[in-house]
Design a protein around this ligand. Structure first.
Ligand SMILES: [Fe+2]
Length: 230
């Protein structure tokens, strides 16, 4: 694991998406107690479980969108006291999971004050909930943007260069094609952009230490610039 802040860590694992190696990232937030929240869990290897548990007991397992849920069950078996909170719609997709609560725009009492959150409205395919870790001024997103840079394999870099989204935070075709209600989505994005974040952690690609806000605004200009009401 890599520590980003006294109460914030990331752990990465390989993952292929659309034939490209893009990796997948889990974020670990230490809450008062201490208790841990695992955001977008990656595979629960014995070594990683040991490393995580050394930081404190795992209290919450967060599946932040409809695609990042694959390892939540394994983590719950490794940490039976942990409660699963999942993006809207995952309860139907993962009836096998004991989901304690559905994520919304309202932070749960267990992490309120440490994390704030916004449900990306108007994007039902993914239903991503984006978090803001106050003490480290970090935006914790999942698929809101990819950030493919020099650490990615050559083919992945080439594909993202061709798509015009190499070396910065940028949405993918999934957002381009599947945002159903741009006005609602824009409203959610605007709420996210109100947070005073500096660092941006995404699930695929590199952590952005600075400039993330401008990159997100640029990447989502097709949503943010639409203007008007409704
Ligand atoms: Fe993803």
């Amino acid at each position: 694991m890599q520590q980003l802040h006294p109460d914030l860590w990331i752990a990465d694992a390989p993952l292929r998406f659309a034939g490209l190696e893009v990796g997948s990232r889990m974020t670990v937030v230490r809450l008062p107690g201490p208790k841990l929240l695992l955001h977008s869990p990656i595979a629960a290897s014995d070594e990683l479980v040991r490393e995580v548990k050394a930081l404190g007991p795992v209290a919450y397992l967060v599946a932040p969108n409809r695609f990042h849920h694959l390892f939540v069950g394994d983590w719950q078996r490794a940490c039976p006291d942990a409660a699963i909170y999942a993006a809207p719609g995952l309860d139907a997709k993962r009836a096998d999971l004991a989901i304690a609560g559905e994520l919304s725009d309202e932070p749960e009492p267990g992490w309120k004050g440490v994390l704030d959150q916004v449900l990306l409205d108007g994007f039902p395919l993914v239903n991503e909930v984006v978090f803001f870790h106050r003490s480290s001024a970090t935006l914790i997103a999942t698929d809101l943007a990819f950030n493919v840079g020099s650490n990615s394999p050559r083919l992945t870099r080439l594909a993202f260069r061709l798509a015009g989204s190499y070396g910065r935070l940028a949405p993918t075709l999934v957002e381009r094609l599947f945002v159903r209600d741009r006005a609602a989505f824009r409203h959610s994005l605007e709420r996210i952009l109100e947070w005073p974040f500096e660092r941006v952690v995404v699930a695929h690609g590199e952590v952005s230490e600075q400039g993330g806000r401008e990159e997100l605004i640029r990447g989502y200009s097709w949503v943010l610039a639409t203007g008007g009401r409704g």
